[in-house]
Design a protein around this ligand. Structure first.
Ligand code: AMP
Length: 169
């Protein structure tokens, strides 16, 4: 089955540096080094601004914007991949529970125009009110909060991706 319009791209990091593999995440281009799982039709990346430790994202390889834009085989692969990732992050972060969420459309809080499943390891007391996680999901990556908590560094994201990759080898 074809991946539609998805391609791994080789782009120069800097005119004087060698090319690195990247892939598209909506309006963003992410380095392959922050991807920790690839399936036939999906990929999983670490988050540059996690709401909780281990907050990761699973996306279709084809950069479709909305859940309704995905073919049945893409939906199936996306959620099977999310299930595999859930097992890995649950173990890695010693989490008894997980939150999975899809913000499907701007009115639902979607900011990246590429379908993605949020997966967050959950522990007792991580929020004073359990469902506050949804409020935080709505605001955590907004520009106005960036000054208080900037995006993680690429090496930090790469370290987490390398750790998570070990669950799938
Ligand atoms: P949403 O608001 O549901 O569209 O979620 C977008 C998610 O993608 C947020 O959790 C962001 O922190 C995350 N995000 C945005 N850009 C990147 C990026 N370049 N690399 C990793 N995570 C990103």
């Amino acid at each position: 089955m074809s991946n539609g319009s998805f391609v791994w791209e080789d782009q120069p990091r800097h005119p004087h540096q060698s090319a690195m593999a990247t892939l598209r995440f909506g309006q963003h281009v992410v380095s392959a080094t922050v991807v920790f799982l690839r399936s036939e039709l999906s990929f999983a990346i670490v988050n540059r601004k996690p709401v909780l430790p281990g907050h990761v994202l699973v996306c279709p390889l084809r950069p479709a914007e909305r859940l309704c834009d995905l073919r049945p085989d893409e939906v199936s692969d996306l959620f099977v991949t999310a299930q595999r990732v859930a097992g890995a992050i649950g173990k890695h972060y010693g989490a008894p529970s997980l939150t999975l969420a899809v913000q499907d459309g701007p009115e639902a809080g979607q900011t990246v125009q590429h379908v993605h499943v949020h997966l967050l390891p959950r522990h007792a007391g991580d929020f004073s009110r359990n469902d506050d996680v949804y409020t935080e999901l709505q605001h955590h990556d907004r520009v106005e909060s960036e000054e208080e908590a900037p995006f993680r560094s690429l090496p930090d994201m790469e370290r987490e991706a390398a750790e998570l990759r070990t669950y799938f080898t």
